[in-house]
Design a protein around this ligand. Structure first.
Ligand code: NAP
Length: 274
C-alpha cells in the first residue's frame, strides 16, 4: 500500500521522528521515499544518520513531490507552516495532521486546496512501538486515506478510528494519558521506597506492575473491575488499599484529569484552530 509512496514529515520532532523510525522498522517504505523537515540542521543530520532519509530545513522542498504529507509541528506554529505550504500543496496529496486541536476543516481552508485530510492523535509510547493513536477522517478523506493513516500509525502501536468530534477527548485520555501513568508509577516507586525497598528495585517492580496489569486487561478482555475483584481477598491487603484509594478519590481524580485535559484541548483548538 505504501511501498512506492513518497512521504514528507514536516516538523520531525519526537512524534514525527518516532513515526519515521516505526515506518522504516516495519518496512512500510524505503528510506529514500521519506523526506523530513525541521529547522535544526543538527537534529536533521541525526535523522539522516540514523535512518538514511532525505532531510531539509525547507518545508516546501519536503512536500514537493510527496504523496503523503505528515504535519507534525506544534499547534502554535501550525498557522505559519500551513500558510507556507499552501503555495506548493496539490489537491491529490494526502495530509495527515498530528497537530492537537487543529481541525481538518481549518487545515483545508488554510491550504486553500481540496486535499484529503486525516487527523491523528498519537501518544509518546509511539517511541517504543506501544503507542495508542486515534485517527479521524476530515474533509475530502475517504476510506483509502484512513487505511493509509492506519497502516502508518500501526507501525508504532495500536490504532482506532473515531469521528473527528472525539479528538479533544482522545487528547485528554490517551494523548495526555502517559503523563498520568508516569505520575502513578512515580508515586508507587516512592511508596515502595517508603516501605524500605531500594529505589532501583522499586522502579522495576512498579513499572512491571503497571505494564503487567495493562497487559492482563488487554489480553484477557476482562473488565478491570472483575480483575480487581478476583485478587481482593476478604480481609486482605487489596481491600484495605482499595478503601484508601476510594476515600482519597483516585477514580474521580483521574476522571477529572481527563475532563480538564479535554477542555484545555478544546480551548487550544479555539486559540490556534482558526
Ligand atoms: N508529544 C505528544 O505526546 C503528542 C501526542 C499527540 C499529538 N502530538 C502532536 O504532535 C505534534 C508534534 O509533537 P512533538 O511532541 O513531536 O513536538 P516536538 O518534538 O516539538 O516536534 C515538533 C518539531 O517541529 C519542528 N518545528 C518547529 N517549527 C518549525 C517550522 N517552522 N518548520 C518545520 N518544523 C518546525 C521542531 O524542530 P525545530 O526546532 O528543529 O524546527 C520540532 O522538533 C504536535 O502538534 C502535538 O500536538 C503530540
Amino acid at each position: 500500500m505504501l511501498s512506492h509512496k513518497k512521504i514528507a514529515v514536516v516538523g520531525a520532532g519526537h512524534i514525527g521522528g518516532a513515526l519515521i523510525g516505526g515506518m522504516l522498522r516495519a518496512k512500510l517504505t524505503a528510506s529514500k521515499n521519506i523526506k523530513a523537515s525541521r529547522r535544526s540542521k543538527t537534529a536533521l543530520a541525526v535523522l539522516k544518520k540514523d535512518w538514511g532519509i532525505n532531510v531539509t530545513t525547507a518545508n516546501k522542498a519536503a512536500v514537493r513531490g510527496a504523496d503523503i504529507v505528515i504535519l507534525a509541528v506544534k499547534p502554535q506554529v501550525s498557522p505559519a507552516v500551513i500558510t507556507e505550504l499552501a503555495a506548493v500543496i496539490r489537491p491529490e496529496q494526502l495530509i495527515i495532521s498530528l497537530m492537537a486541536g487543529i481541525t481538518a476543516k481549518t487545515i483545508g481552508q488554510k491550504l486553500g486546496q481540496p486535499c484529503p485530510v486525516v487527523r491523528a492523535m498519537p501518544n509518546t509510547p509511539c517511541l517504543v512501538d506501544a503507542g495508542a493513536t486515534a485517527i479521524a477522517a476530515g474533509v475530502h478523506a475517504g476510506a483509502n486515506d484512513l487505511a493509509i493513516a492506519e497502516r502508518i500509525f500501526s507501525s508504532v502501536g495500536m490504532v482506532v478510528t473515531l469521528p473527528e468530534s472525539a479528538m479533544d477527548a482522545v487528547t485528554g485520555l490517551s494523548g495526555t494519558g502517559p503523563v498520568y501513568i508516569f505520575m502513578v508509577i512515580e508515586a508507587m516507586i516512592d511508596g515502595g521506597v517508603k516501605m524500605g525497598i531500594p529505589r532501583s528495585v522499586a522502579t522495576i517492580l512498579a513499572t512491571q506492575t503497571v505494564l503487567g496489569a495493562a497487559k492482563l486487561v488487554q489480553e484477557t478482555g476482562k473488565h478491570p473491575a472483575i480483575l480487581k475483584d478476583e485478587v481482593t481477598t476478604p480481609g486482605g491487603t487489596a481491600i484495605n488499599a482499595i478503601h484508601v484509594l476510594e476515600a482519597k478519590g483516585l477514580r474521580s481524580v483521574l476522571i477529572d484529569a481527563i475532563m480538564t485535559a479535554t477542555q484545555r484541548s478544546q480551548e487550544l483548538s479555539r486559540l490556534y484552530g482558526d
